[in-house]
Design a binder for this molecule. Structure first.
Ligand SMILES: CC(C)(COP(=O)(O)OP(=O)(O)OC[C@H]1O[C@@H](n2cnc3c(N)ncnc32)[C@H](O)[C@@H]1OP(=O)(O)O)[C@@H](O)C(=O)NCCC(=O)NCCS
Length: 149
C-alpha cells in the first residue's frame, strides 16, 4: 500500500541516499536536515519502504513544493504522480488555496508531471540555477487548489 508519512530527523541519511540516486541536483544535507527539523518532509512509502520524498513549505494559505525525489530504481512507476495527487488533495482539504513550485526548465520529466497535474506557468527566472553546464532558467508554476473536490 502506498502512503505519505511525515518524516523525522532520523530518516535523514536514508532520504539523502534516495536524493543522490534520484538525479544530479540533490539537496545539500544541511538543507535536508533543516527541512526535517521543521517537519516539512513527507516520505512516499510502499509497504513501509521509503521510495521517495517531497519537501513542502506552508505560508498562510499557500504551499510551495520545495523538493521532490524518487529513488532511481523506483522511477517511472507512477510514485511521484500518486504522491503529488494525494498531497494536493490533502492541502486542499486543509484549506490551502494555491500550490507553487520552481523547476529547472530542462527537467522535462518533472515539467510534464506538473503539467499533467494541472500546474501552469506563472513566471520564469532567467539563469536561476547554476550548474557545471551553465546557468538554467527556472519555470515558476502554480496550481489553484480551491477546485479540488
Ligand atoms: C521527477 C521525479 C520525481 C518523477 O518521479 P517518478 O515517480 O518517476 O514519476 P512518475 O512515475 O509518477 O512519472 C511521471 C511521468 O514521467 C515519466 N517518467 C518517469 N521517469 C521517466 C524517465 N526516466 N524518462 C522518461 N519519462 C519518465 C512517466 O512515464 C510519467 O509520464 P506519463 O504520466 O506521461 O506516463 C523523478 O524522476 C526524480 O526524482 N527526479 C530527480 C529529482 C527531480 O527532478 N525532482 C523534481 C524537481 S524538484
Amino acid at each position: 500500500m502506498r502512503r505519505l508519512v511525515r518524516a523525522s530527523v532520523p530518516d535523514r541519511d536514508r532520504l539523502a541516499a534516495i536524493d543522490r540516486s534520484a538525479g544530479p541536483h540533490s539537496w545539500p544535507e544541511t538543507a535536508l536536515s533543516r527541512a526535517l527539523e521543521r517537519q516539512q518532509v513527507l516520505t512516499i512509502e510502499i509497504d513501509d519502504d521509503i521510495v521517495g520524498f517531497l519537501v513542502e513549505n506552508r505560508v498562510l494559505d499557500e504551499t510551495t513544493l520545495l523538493h521532490l525525489a524518487v529513488g532511481a530504481e523506483h522511477q517511472g512507476r507512477g510514485h511521484a504522480g500518486w504522491a503529488l495527487k494525494a498531497w494536493l488533495a490533502d492541502l486542499a482539504r486543509s484549506g490551502q488555496c494555491r500550490c507553487l513550485l520552481e523547476v529547472r526548465a530542462g527537467n522535462q520529466v518533472a515539467v510534464r508531471l506538473y503539467e499533467r497535474l494541472g500546474f501552469e506557468d506563472i513566471g520564469r527566472r532567467k539563469g536561476y540555477y547554476s550548474s557545471p553546464e551553465g546557468a538554467e532558467d527556472a519555470r515558476v508554476m502554480a496550481k489553484r487548489l480551491t477546485d479540488i473536490p
